[in-house]
Each structure stands twice: as structure tokens, then as C-alpha cells.
Write a protein that binds this ligand. Structure first.
Ligand code: ADP
Length: 374
């Protein structure tokens, strides 16, 4: 797996019972996954020779992030290395302009959008819509994550900032959404696919804060539509592995695709404890072209809350309280240094009573972070 973040760490963890021999390409020995994977190669994923050296002896390579240059992946594939998902699929998760064009071509519902050339063009885009005028959402097509690279702008002056990076800019209507959902599916090269229940995801400051599985109160028909859409995207784009389709549920009962991630995803962390087979295990099974595991939930509700870095550098002092208060709590820490706002872990709680499950998960995450002390 290329990339030493927490997704690789948890994928490695999922591979242990299967006896998967896991090699990692990481930046530094301190990376979340590099701390636990014995076969770690250190190097720069932007360097083709490093990628070649890393891939030698691997049956298949896959990713914990989407930043490996597409042309390098094409080169590796041409040399006979199994790259999963492949570059032609992955480019849709790397470049939001390519993704929108592809989704349009298969008729997947998206917010109104187009590439824009300069601030004046943003104003023209704003006025093309039914609502007419600002606000408009602007996104650099490459390099964004966790809300970085996304601007909500109210006028032409504000629209100048995204162009400074020198990367193409995509304009989108600002969707008046009821909530954000994610439809997560896994597909293998043989064409087998499974769909997890559609989840609700709550974002704070552009960062995923909380996920509830399944999405409470979601009309079963809309849920089935979202799952079918995600499966169709996985098939049409020939994706191998885990695909997260981030969705907006609009107030008038439609779903629109926000973006795609072709790797295990924060919206699937609940599955580590809440599903028969976790997203990490199913991602590994898929890239190894093994039969996929059951994606069904093990409990009526599972709530995942991210633990963000707070003011306390050491979170382990909080374990005593959290574990004593709630023996059903599942804690997943990533071994990362605590920095304010950084994702350093998550907790999962599952059970029959949604309010209870949510309260326990929120309490534990807040306590671990240090925002509450009792
Ligand atoms: P990232 O690459 O950082 O994950 P996203 O495209 O997912 O960026 O955008 C981050 C957040 O910004 C979304 O989760 C959503 O809350 C908000 N957002 C993005 N696009 C739109 C849109 N067209 N309308 C309204 N809100 C949006």
C-alpha cells in the first residue's frame, strides 16, 4: 500500500488474520502505518524509481491516498504491475474536473458545475443558474482534502483566491442540502461487488466529524437508489477496491454526487466494529481478487466519531475514564502526534438505541480530545 497514513495502518490490521503480507511505502518511520508495518519502504511516492523499487516483489499495489501521479501509475501498469484501482479509474478521484465530466457522461446526478477561467467567469457561472447569482462553491481540481481547496464565495472579489494556486478551478452551485450521505461499495476485478448500508456523515469545518450507520430516517427507496448509483459508478469506472461516493441529500429528496474516493474512507470506519466485514478487509480482498465478505451491519445502529487533536498532547490519560465508563466502546487510535484539529483516532459504538449509541460515542471522543473532563 502506498501512503503511510491511518488508512494503511487499519488496512494492515485487517490483513493480519488473512495472512496478507503487507508492504508499505511511507514518507517517514513516524507515519501512522510505518510504526506498525515491518516491511516498510521509505521514499517519495512522486518518484517513479522509488515506486518501481517499492513495487518489485508485490503481487498488487493499492493506495491509502490518491496523490500518486497518474502518469507514474500508467508507467507501472505498462511494466506489468497490478495497480488497483487502476490509473484510469483513480484519475476520477484525483481530479475533480475529470470526475465531473465522467459522472456527466454516465448520467450520474451532480450539482450544476463547470470549469471556470477567472473571477469574471465565476460571476457568469453564478448567473447561469436558476437561482441566479452567488454564492458559488469553487474547488481546485487537484490537491484538495478535508475542505482544503474548497471555497464558498459570495462575490467576484472573493472568487479571486482559488485561482492563485495556478490549478484549474471548478465552479459548482452551492447545494442547499439536508445532510451529507455516503454510499460505500467494494468491487473486485472479477466484477463481484458489495454495498454497505448508506450512512449519514456530519462535517465540521470541512472535516468529517461523525458517521451514523445506517443513515437515520432515510427513505429505503432513496437508500437503494444511492447504493445502485454507487455500484453503477464502480462498474462504469472499472474500480477495484473500496469506493466511497459522497452524496448530498437535497431538501427536495434527491441525491447528488459530491465526490469519489477510491480507497478505504472515513465514512466507512464504522464498519470495523459495526459490519460483518470491514471496509479495510473488503478493500484487501478486492485488490487481491478474493471473494468479498458480508457488508451487512452487526447491530441496528453504529456511530463513529472522529477523535481530533485537542489541547492535551497525551490522550492515553483519558483511557481510564472512557474504558471504565463504557465497556462497549471501541477505540481506534492512529499513533499520530496530537495537533489541534488533526484526526488522531476514532471511536465506534453500536447498539439498538440510537440516542444512547450516539451519546456514548460523542462523549468518548470529546473526553479523549480533552474538550470535556467529566
Ligand atoms: P474535499 O476534497 O476537501 O473532501 P469536498 O468536495 O468533499 O472537498 O468538499 C468539502 C465539503 O464542502 C463538503 O463535505 C461539503 O460540506 C461542502 N461542499 C462541497 N461542495 C459543495 C456544494 N457544491 N454545495 C454545498 N456544499 C459543498
Amino acid at each position: 500500500m502506498i501512503g503511510g497514513g491511518q488508512l494503511a495502518r487499519m488496512a494492515h490490521e485487517a490483513g493480519i488474520p488473512l495472512g496478507v503480507r503487507f508492504r508499505l511505502l511511507a514518507d517517514t518511520p513516524q507515519d501512522s502505518a510505518a510504526q506498525v508495518v515491518s516491511d516498510t519502504v521509505l521514499g517519495d511516492y512522486r518518484d517513479l524509481d522509488t515506486l518501481r523499487r517499492f513495487a518489485a516483489g508485490c503481487d498488487v499495489i493499492t493506495f491509502d491516498h490518491e496523490h500518486v501521479p497518474t502518469e507514474h501509475l500508467r508507467a507501472l501498469q505498462a511494466e506489468g504491475i497490478a495497480v488497483r484501482p487502476g490509473p484510469d479509474a483513480l484519475v476520477n478521484a484525483q481530479d475533480k474536473g475529470v470526475m465531473r465530466a465522467k459522472l456527466d457522461s454516465i448520467g450520474a446526478p451532480c450539482p450544476r458545475h463547470r470549469l471556470v477561467a477567472d473571477p469574471a467567469d465565476v460571476t457568469a457561472f453564478a448567473n447561469e443558474g436558476d437561482g441566479g447569482g452567488y454564492p458559488v462553491v469553487l474547488k481546485t481540481v487537484r490537491g484538495g482534502y478535508d475542505g482544503k481547496g474548497v471555497w464558498v464565495v459570495d462575490n467576484e472579489q472573493e472568487a479571486a483566491a482559488p485561482f492563485l494556486a495556478g490549478v484549474p478551478v471548478l465552479a459548482e452551485e452551492k447545494v442547499d442540502f439536508l445532510r451529507e450521505l455516503a454510499a460505500n461499495v467494494v468491487r473486485s476485478p472479477s466484477g463481484q461487488a458489495v454495498a454497505y448500508p448508506v450512512v449519514e456523515s456530519l462535517q465540521e469545518n470541512g472535516v468529517c466529524a461523525e458517521v451514523t450507520a445506517p443513515a437515520p430516517g432515510l427513505d429505503p427507496e432513496l437508500a437503494a437508489e444511492a447504493q445502485a448509483l454507487a455500484l453503477r459508478i464502480a462498474g462504469e469506472l472499472d474500480i477495484t477496491g473500496h469506493l466511497a461516493v459522497e452524496l448530498f441529500q437535497t431538501r427536495d429528496g434527491r441525491i447528488l454526487v459530491n465526490e469519489l474516493a477510491m480507497r478505504p474512507h472515513n465514512s466507512g470506519h464504522w464498519s470495523m466494529d459495526g459490519a460483518v466485514t470491514s471496509q479495510f478487509e473488503n478493500h484487501l480482498r478486492a485488490v487481491l481478487d478474493l471473494p468479498l465478505g458480508d457488508p451487512r451491519p452487526r447491530a441496528k445502529w453504529t456511530v463513529m466519531v472522529n477523535v481530533l487533536g485537542g489541547d492535551y498532547p497525551d490522550m492515553y490519560h483519558a483511557f481510564l475514564h472512557c474504558m471504565a465508563r463504557d465497556p462497549g466502546l471501541r477505540i481506534h487510535m492512529y499513533g499520530k502526534d496530537v495537533k489541534p484539529g488533526r484526526k488522531v483516532g476514532h471511536v465506534n459504538v453500536f447498539g439498538d438505541d440510537l440516542d444512547d449509541v450516539r451519546e456514548r460515542a460523542r462523549h468518548a471522543a470529546a473526553y479523549l480530545r480533552g474538550t470535556i473532563t467529566e
